[in-house]
Design a binder for this molecule. Structure first.
Ligand code: NDP
Length: 248
């Protein structure tokens, strides 16, 4: 029989929790009973989320961090280990869009920032949390990719490359975890009503895109101990279609 409250008392770490998709997922995890470590640079937004979580009777720990600062990431594993001894759930959501311009106009700084945040930070996070996920009875990680990873859009170069690299990184990690209790997957959210989407498509009516909250059930399913697959890219559109047909 399936556990009715599979996320209760589990320890979760969510990057990019100050707004958008990461905030919605972190809040939902807390509402489902998980203790959530919320990571971002904007401390005021983290404090607001913390208030909302506590008002609802949930538990959160704030971690103000720029994930492009590698040495700071390396401290996460030992810090979590000291306090909790394990990590059950990781959501690697933080991301930046970077410049939307021809490749030959991209500056070195802009290139490095997108690769550092969207790709290298996730490798460093894997490195520091891997032993902790393995100490959980059912470690689950979800990383947020994008349809741009296919490389089919002109002017999305750094972002597309970072997400393609992220997909290869997580699929490789899934193979390395084959004999463990840990499952790792990626999601492709599709267009979602957030600050990043508004930056990429300033002329668009934001209300035409789904709110981040609509993605939450997909994330909760993938971080649940019941998730039994690894190494996949789960697209929100396909996930929704599948659930519409199986739930009917
Ligand atoms: P937002 O811009 O709304 O949120 C991005 C989050 O990442 C913020 O919480 C931000 O926090 C955090 N972040 C950015 N840089 C850093 C950094 N250096 N250190 C720590 N945290 C950082 O974007 P979305 O919610 O839209 O995006 C979430 C994920 O979904 C991203 O990976 C994005 O690529 C992906 N995605 C989004 C789509 C969409 O349509 N919205 C479509 C496809 C994929 P802060 O600024 O406080 O540090």
């Amino acid at each position: 029989m399936k556990n009715k409250k599979p996320l209760k008392d589990r320890l979760a770490l969510v990057t990019g929790a100050s707004r958008g998709i990461g905030r919605a997922v972190a809040l939902a995890l807390a509402q489902a009973g998980a203790h959530v470590v919320i990571v971002a640079r904007t401390i005021g937004a983290l404090e607001e989320l913390d208030d909302e979580i506590r008002t609802g009777g949930g538990k959160a720990t704030l971690l103000q961090l720029d994930i492009s600062k590698g040495d700071k990431i390396d401290q996460i594993g030992p810090t979590l280990f000291q306090r909790w001894g394990k990590l059950d759930i990781f959501v690697g959501n933080a991301g930046v869009l970077g410049p939307l311009s021809p490749l030959h106009h991209v500056t070195e700084d802009a290139w490095n920032q997108v690769i550092d945040v969207n790709l290298s930070a996730n490798w460093r996070l894997i490195r520091t949390i891997d032993p902790l996920l393995k100490r959980s009875d059912a470690g689950r990680a979800v990383f947020v990719s994008s349809g741009a990873s296919s490389g089919k859009y002109a002017y999305w170069g750094p972002y597309a490359v970072s997400k393609a690299g992220l997909e290869a990184l997580v699929k490789t990690y899934a193979h390395e975890l084959a004999d463990t209790n840990v499952k790792v997957n990626l999601v492709n959210p599709g267009p979602t009503r957030t600050a990043m989407r508004a930056k990429a498509f300033p002329g668009e009516d934001p209300m035409k895109q789904p709110a981040p909250e609509e993605l939450v059930p997909m994330f909760l399913e993938l971080v649940s101990p019941d998730c039994d697959f690894s190494g996949r890219v789960v697209g929100f559109a396909e996930w929704k279609k599948h659930h519409a047909s199986t739930d009917a």
